[in-house]
Design a protein around this ligand. Structure first.
Ligand SMILES: [Zn+2]
Length: 368
């Protein structure tokens, strides 16, 4: 029963909250703020913020990614194994709404390409590869997915993880760097082939995000579910994320109308400074809950309503405006991709990176 509840909570947050950061491959999420680009695991709000603006991506890259996105639907090459040495199990992946069968390792390489800039250091890319592989294996362990019952994972980063078809779309994605980046990404997958992150011998929900705010959030603070390996841990180097500091300012009337749509009975009269009360924060500094015009809301709800980059926000008001300033990018739970980059640059291995961000876990070999 407890396990069922836990799985339900995990699925709910993966669907609605998870995405993390990068997804530079996917463009144009009007609901979110047109910011994202890199590539990462799940969360709608997260990703747009970085697209196209990542320090590692050029404008040409972004254009290429968009072109690739538009063309992928017509290009379906046979999905052979990535290489003759690839004997990994087959995985059913929903790509652009069509189910394709490919090897697990081919999937991992495509997910890394879509979720993390290829310019990141090797050990960070390897950590990302293990996280993507772990996530697929974890999803498989959950059984049928209601959203895509015929596939284990899909390429919607707001649900599973973004995915790029490296065989067909690398050139459109990376232009003249296609060969070098493809080689680098494939190496990250191959050098970690068959490795997953486990907690008590079971694959974990290896969630990640673009950048924490110096400390990751515990799952319980963001999603309300206490997950032993998703605790709050220190995270250095997050501020290298181009969207680390961000702000959203709304006119008071604009804010009032937005909230009235969802809460017709909300009381937003008087000055804006009286509208926000009982702001509660997590140990990592993210807003867990607050009251807005007398209505209790979770930090994640405020983030979603206002399309903030993270729940790590402060609120400041004037008589006619409200400003939300955020730090970090994504839900803040699990591995920080910029944190992974920082650790890799600091000489840490992918195993050290993963075991740092996923408390009490270890990197194990997938059982044959
Ligand atoms: Zn999915």
């Amino acid at each position: 029963m407890k396990r069922l509840l836990f799985l339900t909570i995990i699925v709910v947050f993966l669907v609605y909250l998870a995405p993390i950061g990068f997804h530079f491959y996917q463009n144009g999420h009007p609901a979110e703020q047109e910011i994202h680009t890199v590539q990462n695991v799940e969360n709608p709000s997260d990703s747009q913020a970085l697209d196209g603006q990542n320090a590692n991506k050029t404008a040409d890259d972004a254009d290429a990614a968009q072109a690739a996105d538009e063309k992928t639907a017509e290009k379906q090459a046979p999905d052979a194994a990535a290489s003759e040495k690839d004997t990994s199990p087959a995985l059913r992946v929903s790509v652009n709404g069509r189910v394709r069968e490919m090897s697990l390792e081919e999937y991992v390489a495509g997910a890394v390409a879509a979720e993390m800039p290829a310019s990141f250091p090797d050990e960070a890319l390897k950590a990302q590869a293990v996280a993507a592989r772990t996530y697929a294996v974890y999803k498989q362990s959950l059984g049928r997915d209601e959203k895509h019952p015929d596939a284990v994972v899909c390429d919607d980063y707001t649900h599973c993880a973004a995915f790029v078809d490296l065989k067909n779309d690398a050139e459109e994605l990376w232009g003249n760097k296609a060969e070098a980046w493809t080689k680098k990404i494939r190496a990250a997958a191959e050098k970690t082939a068959g490795k997953i992150v486990t907690y008590h011998d079971a694959p974990i929900a290896a969630v990640f995000h673009a950048a924490a705010a110096k400390q990751t959030e515990a799952a319980v603070s963001v999603w309300g579910a206490d997950v032993p390996y998703l605790e709050s841990v220190s995270s250095a180097g997050d501020d290298a994320c181009p969207e680390y500091d961000s702000e959203v300012t709304l006119r008071a009337e604009e804010f009032r109308q937005l909230l009235l749509k969802k809460y017709p009975d909300i009381n937003l009269t008087g000055l804006p400074k009286t509208w926000f009360t009982e702001v509660q924060s997590s140990e990592a500094g993210g807003v867990t809950s607050c009251k807005v015009g007398g209505i209790a809301m979770k930090g994640t709800e405020v983030r979603e309503l206002l399309q903030l980059n993270s729940t790590h926000f402060t609120i400041s008001t004037t008589d006619s405006t409200i400003t939300f300033r955020t730090q970090g990018y994504g839900h803040g739970v699990g591995m920080s991709q910029y944190g992974a980059k920082h650790m890799a640059e600091d000489g840490k291995t992918f195993t050290e990176i993963l075991e740092h961000y996923y408390t009490g876990t270890k990197v194990s070999d997938l059982a044959a």
